[in-house]
Design a protein around this ligand. Structure first.
Ligand SMILES: Nc1ncnc2c1ncn2[C@@H]1O[C@H](COP(=O)(O)OP(=O)(O)O)[C@@H](O)[C@H]1O
Ligand SMILES: [Mg+2]
Length: 306
């Protein structure tokens, strides 16, 4: 498979009101053409920051270092105008909460994306085609967002994201605000679109079951780093990193004793960021900064597997 996206030593410092904080602490990740990659991790682990870094729309001021190569082009080296062309046309993103201007009709929202990418011919027909593509009635084009349910808005958001025919779709917690039945429908829709449109997808979710249903590969993030990566079936059947095992137990409701809470990114201790919560902690975890070790298509960052 051809490589589509390659992240190397990606580090992001956000300038927050509390001061600078290193939110992504060296991410290496590859996505092949046509692949569905899941990014898992609890709230605050840096998943959304990773998504916004790839499309260069950080929520606040920040510094990015390392490299983001998309089809061989370094996205960190190109100018903002060119990046605007890539955003939407090559790489699109959908979020947990669709944000639509309440005063514009759904069709106008989708048409805006087409216009932004100079796709100005047959706009009305294309808008209808996109609505049908995501399983909505073409009449939805004339509806205002407040008339639509959460599930419909999620589909409309997808239609707008796919308007300029991107090859990579980043979906950031797309199913986290909708109920289980709608979740399944949306995942089914995403699966069929992925095949029909030859899309590559990065699906971000704190929910391992969502990732297991949709993705071939998974990367687990903890405190701004990837701690485990591999084929979904391998990682979820035999998790190596204690954090992955903990997430898995929590998702199966097998008790959450000693789960603890996410670390404060402003005062990360030296050594392993997970050690305070880790049932397999060793003395070396207090000081040793373990690399992500790769073997047989899997990767893990833990002193037990060095
Ligand atoms: N808009 C923001 N303002 C201040 N801090 C932010 C902002 N966005 C992210 N962060 C910081 O970056 C860290 C990672 O956040 P985020 O990428 O949103 O994680 P996730 O999507 O995994 O929940 C958090 O610890 C948070 O403090
Ligand atoms: Mg997030």
């Amino acid at each position: 498979m051809n490589s589509l996206l390659n992240l190397r030593a990606l580090r992001v410092t956000l300038q927050t009101r509390r001061g600078p904080v290193l939110v992504l602490r060296g991410i290496d990740l590859d996505l092949a053409e046509g692949e569905a990659l899941g990014i898992a991790g609890e709230s605050g682990s840096g998943k959304s920051t990773l998504a916004s870094t790839i499309i260069r729309t950080l929520p606040i001021k920040g510094e990015i270092s390392g490299s983001i190569s998309f089809r061989g082009r370094d996205l960190l080296a190109i100018d903002p105008v060119e990046m605007r062309g890539i955003r939407g046309r090559d790489i699109a993103i959908v979020f947990q909460e669709p944000s639509f201007d309440p005063l514009a009709r759904i069709g106008q929202h989708i048409a805006e994306v087409l216009k932004a990418h100079r796709m100005t011919e047959g706009v009305a027909a294309r808008v209808e085609e996109l609505l049908v593509l995501v399983g909505l009635d073409p009449d939805v084009a004339s509806a205002y967002p407040h008339r639509m349910s959460g599930g419909m808005l999620q589909r409309a958001q997808l239609a707008a994201a796919l308007a300029a025919r991107p090859s990579l779709l980043i979906a950031d917690e797309p199913t986290s605000a909708i109920d289980a039945v709608l979740q399944t429908q949306l995942l089914d829709l995403l699966s069929s679109l992925r095949t029909r449109l030859a899309l590559s997808v990065i699906l971000i979710s704190h929910d391992l079951s969502v990732i297991s249903r949709f993705c071939q590969r998974i990367a687990v993030m903890y405190a701004g780093r990837i701690v485990e990566e591999g084929a979904v079936c391998d990682v979820l059947s035999t998790p190596l990193h204690p954090y992955t095992a903990l997430m898995l137990r929590a998702s199966r409701f097998e008790g959450s004793g000693g789960v603890g809470s996410a670390p404060d990114m402003f005062s990360l201790p030296a050594g392993c960021a997970f050690r305070e919560r880790c049932p397999r902690r060793l003395p070396a975890c207090d000081s040793r900064d373990v690399e992500l070790c790769r073997k047989d298509g899997r990767a893990v960052r833990c002193v037990h597997y060095e």
